[in-house]
Design a protein around this ligand. Sequence first.
Ligand code: NAP
Length: 305
Amino acid sequence: MEYDVIIVGGGPGGYTAALYAARAGLSALVLEMLGPGGQMATTNNIENYPGFDEPVDGFDLAQKMQNGAHRAGARTAYEEVTGLELAASPKLVHTRKNTYRAKAVILAMGASPRQLGLPEEDALRGRGVTYCATCDGMMYRGKVVAVNGGGNSAAEDALVLAKICEKVYIIHRRDTLRADRAYLAPLEKAGNVEFVWNSRVAGLEYGDKLTGVTLEDVKTGQRRSLPVEGLFIAIGRKPETALVEGQVALTPGGYVDAGEDTRTSLPGVFAVGDIREKPLRQIVTAAADGAVAAKMAQEYVAGMA
Ligand code: NAP
């Protein structure tokens, strides 16, 4: 089975790529392991994707994106991709059931937030534990929250939350931020941001919802409780690059090295959404990548014909 373009991953980047590729007259197949939507499908209320006057359920939005791509002529196969031969011509995409051939491949496998690994972390997700201030911040309006991490994401999250929440603690395991120095002045100026240095989150305190965190001083081992209603974990993301390692260039942070034109280091291979190095990982930026990648794939396929 040969397609003009195969898209690996059915999140917003993948289905937007499929929509635009199909509308451009390319045969397009999305290979998705579970269901459409990726991380988006697990978000109840999406309030920052334009075009909806009420919050939209991520699962519903994913279905709509898939329906739109299918209406345009793209197909989906629910098959786990087990291997990619991206330098081959045509490119080969292996799943557990089939080997597909493609002139162009769009990588849309996404990234997942790194977790602290605490036993109650998954159970409290959406009930006080979150990994995205831009997505969930408004749910904590007027409340006391903490951000865990010391990188640019943690600093940005704290700045977003400082405008919404009563108080924001930044819990970091060292005594200086890894984040760019440019973040320091605005964080200090916010007036409601307090740094908790040399500390790690050793436990989550909760009833029905999160009520606080147990902090451990990494130097003395001393523990104390910090009451918060929200914990925003910002300790980095893990891009899903296992299938492409050694085939396309990755950044030092482990993301696929592709610019705004979504081109990777291999001709005919494009990367969209959270798997790509980029300053803001959101549904809207993933969707924008998908449109660009489809255009690039169209040009690449036309050049090959
Ligand atoms: P990051 O730069 O890797 O920082 C992760 C932070 O979490 C570090 O401070 C790290 O501590 C801490 N950490 C890691 N594992 C931990 C653990 N198990 N427990 C407690 N703390 C832990 O990740 P990021 O902030 O998500 O940024 C990822 C990339 O995106 C970076 O390249 C960043 O520059 C970029 N980014 C850019 C922008 C922007 O330009 N506007 C915004 C956001 C992100 P240590 O410092 O001790 O290692």
